[in-house]
Ligand binder design. Sequence first.
Ligand SMILES: Cc1cc2nc3c(=O)[nH]c(=O)nc-3n(C[C@H](O)[C@H](O)[C@H](O)COP(=O)(O)OP(=O)(O)OC[C@H]3O[C@@H](n4cnc5c(N)ncnc54)[C@H](O)[C@@H]3O)c2cc1C
Length: 297
Amino acid sequence: MKHDTIIVGGGFAGLAAATYLGRARRRVLVLDTGRPRNRFSVASHGFLGQDGRGPMDILGDARNQLGSYPTVEIAHDEAVAAQRLDAGFKVDLANGKRISAPTLILAFGLQDTLPEIPGLSDRWGNSVLHCPYCHGFEFSDRQLGVLYRTEMSIHQAQLITEWGPTTLFLNGHTLAKEHLDALNQRHVRIEADIVAALNGSGTDLSSIALDGGREVAIEALYIAPQSSLSSPLANQLGANITETVMGPVIDTDDTKMTSVPGLFAAGDIARAPHSVSWAVGDGVTAGTAVHRALVFG
Ligand SMILES: Cc1cc2nc3c(=O)[nH]c(=O)nc-3n(C[C@H](O)[C@H](O)[C@H](O)COP(=O)(O)OP(=O)(O)OC[C@H]3O[C@@H](n4cnc5c(N)ncnc54)[C@H](O)[C@@H]3O)c2cc1C
């Protein structure tokens, strides 16, 4: 086999794993289609030393720095299928090539399905948000909204009041009295009507239009997206996966090894909650664990 490990996904987790394996002088192939989950955001926040930089700029620098490690190869290719071998794994690429390695790291990230409301997807990652720790500070003390999706939205609305006055848009759902009381205690305002559209210039949000024509001034709207694995590879390889309120999580041990020996998973697909910092940390854990597996078997 030409490679010691194949990494499927060259986002934050995949490139962190590749960095540690490259420093250990191991032969690594990173396959990447170049679509990290936060690519819609102009700025990424909360990652030490990189606060406010564009996510693609951070990843671009990481790729450039990996260029100085002669055993690391990054290919713009999509892994479409994978199979276990007696010793290792075989991966099929969209370009028809087939490659194999004794170890495999899955780091292909999650994809999000957004509610189909006019003007919502255009603002995703900029004024339509999922994580207050990532983007909340920039909207401090502005008029904030939360779109009801599941019971988790009640918790989300209570939390968002930490950043500014908050309105929960029920979008036609009804709430039990105990939930209304809890929201009232945190001074969350309630709008019961169906949300018709989001308005504003460019990716900015200025108001939310309700059925019937009324508009509510809102500058950032929080939603809980529906997340799914970006690739079927983990299922094909028979790895155990748990469904959580934050989406699917591939089960891993403390070293980020999955239920399949020699198969590791890192980043958003193997944890909840999610962030760049956590993805990088998990990538480092998987990279060093793969190195030890290669040395000690
Ligand atoms: C809108 C938005 C904004 C966010 N903002 C922030 C923020 O400000 N701060 C923060 O800390 N976190 C933020 N996050 C969370 C952050 O994006 C994720 O935690 C992080 O990207 C996870 O890294 P990852 O490596 O697991 O996956 P990703 O970064 O999503 O990378 C996965 C990579 O795998 C590639 N890939 C997928 N399938 C295949 C395949 N079959 N073959 C080859 N390659 C494949 C993809 O193209 C992609 O490049 C945000 C998330 C969203 C949705």
